[in-house]
Design a protein around this ligand. Structure first.
Ligand code: GUN
Length: 288
């Protein structure tokens, strides 16, 4: 392996510490703690784990954490009423509805019921619009975390060729926008891209966010490029211990890249750290 490892775990720990310092300053100034409310509908095991770690990290940073659980068969009206109640609660700075919602509930309708100024996930249509036109709002946590890692690794990114693989609303689309704002020349590649290896080979920066285990191979990567792997895929045959792999084949890519994020320990820990940061930003904005 010749690539430098981009240590997202360490960077995220530093960011959580910084948030903790500012959270204490906020409490001293405002006379209350900043607070994040998380709503979980149903009992999806992966979502339970996410929600528990979000709650722990929020409290560890010196902020209030509230968790609301609704049964998997909760009606849309019940869920929307909960969101409306949290919108009106002055102690709540951030609202996160854990996705995916159970079948029958409309993710975007629920998200768009959140007050955009409490939408710390940055998924509300108003925040997507603000990002698209360059206004201040909330930016989705995972792509913002990727940009923080890239800036820390590369410094000024002006003029670099960036290829984002994947065009989801949660990662690919906002990622492309953020990289353009950093003055990169951005290509968005996806499942219909012709000759993906050739497109990836142009890139100084590769961001892989497709959810396909080890899809991006080492010989696609331009020597010295910076590789950000957003994928978290659980692989292993039935009966085997599962292991986590990214969307990039680490064994081959790490021989060619200049710097690369590992899975786990790369992008993953950044998401919660940025969520805490967004919640604190919301608290300061709301207090004026
Ligand atoms: N499910 C998995 N990750 C996330 C996230 O960052 N936000 C929300 N709301 N749901 C998720």
């Amino acid at each position: 392996m010749s690539a430098a490892l981009i240590d997202g775990k360490a960077f995220a720990a530093g960011l959580r510490d910084t948030v903790g310092t500012y959270a204490a300053a906020f409490e001293a100034k405002a006379g209350r703690k900043a607070g994040l409310a998380v709503v979980l509908v149903g009992e999806d095991p992966a979502s339970e784990i996410y929600v528990r770690s979000k709650g722990k990290a929020t409290e560890a940073a010196g902020m209030n954490s509230w968790e609301y659980r609704l049964p998997a068969d909760a009606s849309e009206a019940t869920l929307l009423a909960k969101v409306v109640e949290l919108n009106a609660d002055p102690a709540v700075d951030g609202i996160l509805v854990q996705l995916p919602l159970p079948r029958g509930l409309d993710d975007q309708k629920v998200i768009d019921t959140i007050d955009p100024d409490k939408d710390v996930d940055g998924f509300h249509i108003v925040n997507a619009g603000r990002l698209a036109v360059g206004q201040d709002g909330f930016v989705p946590c995972t792509p913002l975390g990727c940009v923080m890692l890239l800036k820390d690794t590369l410094g000024d990114m002006s003029g670099l060729e960036a290829v984002v693989i994947g065009r989801s609303n949660i990662v690919g689309r906002p990622m492309a926008r953020l990289l353009a704002d950093e003055n990169c020349t951005v290509t968005v590649a996806h499942s219909r891209t012709r000759d993906l290896p050739e497109v990836v080979h142009r890139a100084d920066i590769v961001v892989a966010a497709v959810g396909q285990p080890e899809m991006v191979k080492g010989d696609w990567i331009k020597p010295g490029a910076t590789v950000i792997d957003v994928g978290i895929n659980r692989v292993g045959a039935v009966g085997e211990v599962k292991r986590l792999v990214g969307d990039v084949e680490f064994s081959s890519a790490s021989k060619v890249a200049g710097a690369i994020t590992p899975v786990p320990g790369g992008v993953g820990p950044m998401t919660i750290a940025v969520l805490l940061r967004n919640t604190l930003v919301s608290a300061y904005r709301r207090e004026g």
